[in-house]
Every structure is written in C-alpha cells, then in structure tokens.
Design a binder for this molecule. Sequence first.
Ligand code: SF4
Length: 246
Amino acid sequence: MSLNFPFDPVERAAEVESLVMKDGKRLYYRFRAAPYYGGIATADAIGCSFLCAYCWNYFRNLNPARFNKFYSAQEVAENLLKIARKRSFHLFRITGSEPLLGEASLEHLIGLLKIIFREQPQSVFILETNGFFLGCRKDLIEKLIFKNLWVRISLKGVDEESFELISGVKREFFQYPLAALKELEKEGMKAWPAVMRDLFTDEEIGRLEKTLQEHGIGAGLEEEGLEEYPFVSENMKKRNVQRRGQ
Ligand code: SF4
C-alpha cells in the first residue's frame, strides 16, 4: 500500500478494510491470554485507519496484504471463549489494530459481541479504538449499545499538531475521536479517553484535559505507558516523535 504522511483516514480505512475483511471474516494473526486489565482474552487483528509512530503492530498494519488468515465472528468467539473458560477471564478485547474501519468490520464486531455476550452474559468487552470511525459515523453508534461493552478511545495527540505527527493522519481529523466520546456519553455508554503519557509534558496533558472538559466529556483520562521495542524507537525517530513526559 502506498502511504504519504499525513494521509486521509477515510481513504485509508476503506483501502485497509478491503484487504482485511472478506465475506464477513477478518484478518487475525493470534489469540492469547493477556495480563492487561488483570487478565483478558485477546484477539490480535490486523489493519488500522491510522499508522501511529509508536504502534507495536506497525509493520502488520503498514501492509496487511501480506497476511491471509481470515476468521469469522463465530471462529473468533470460539477461540476467545476457550481462553476465557480456561483462565476464568471475564474480559475480552481485540487489539493491535482498529476494530472499526467501516461497515463490514462493524458487522463482524457486532456478530462477535452477540456470541460472547450470549455465551458469557456477565463478560465485559473492552473496545479499544482510535475513535475515528465512531466520530465519523455517529449514526451507527446505536448498533453498539450492549450493556457490557466499554469503549476506550486512544487519543493520539493533545492538539491537531501532535495528533498529525503521531498518528500520521491529517490534523483536521483530531476532532473526530472527541466527537465519538461525546456521543458515546450521550448514549449512556461507558467510554473514556486514553493518551500515551510518555509523549507529552505535564502542561500538554493539562491542556488536553481542558479540551476534554470544553467538549463536555466527563470521563477521566487514562494514561498509557509506552512499550518501546527497538523497532518502535526506530519508527519514532524516523517520524520525529520524541519522549517528552515522565
Ligand atoms: S490506532 Fe492503535 S492500532 Fe492503529 S496504528 Fe495507532 S497504535 Fe496502531
């Protein structure tokens, strides 16, 4: 895939979705028990509308066409439920990618949620997303109203400039994840913003918190820590993204 920074995420999402979705099935490369959130059944998928300098799945997301193992929602659910039963987990997620690229990936996710919540009604599914699709297509948020679906939106920057530098996406799209958060709260869904703490100063984090307040977003800001694998350091250097925080 050709990619010039900064890029249009609408075009990229459509292109990536055409590569990672086939007949309702999506590209995944691994299913595992992960230690995060105290233990969570995790599906690692491929394909994102962004290409963050710090992404730990950078090279798979850069070029998803190299992969070819597609799974139906039923197959993904079976893999995750098997892990959850074995480890007594009640939490589920998809990671390493953007679960929501367009309507095909949305329908795949809905299919997966229906099976998980039918088989383990007390489970919680944490939707880890960059928030772009939900901000763009607020009309589709109602399709995701499930009692135990929690939405964690990773904000890539504290303002338009840092958003563009870090995510690779044109700066004017900075507002979309914020719009998604506001709409999710309006719908009464549990949703919160997260940010990569190591990339920002205290003053910048304070500024982001003020921006969230100005948008009427009540949820607190989660601070993520950078997992700096050697290739992550290399990509950050190439993209001129530096550690600035604690
Ligand atoms: S939004 Fe997440 S999955 Fe997508 S490129 Fe950024 S870090 Fe990777």
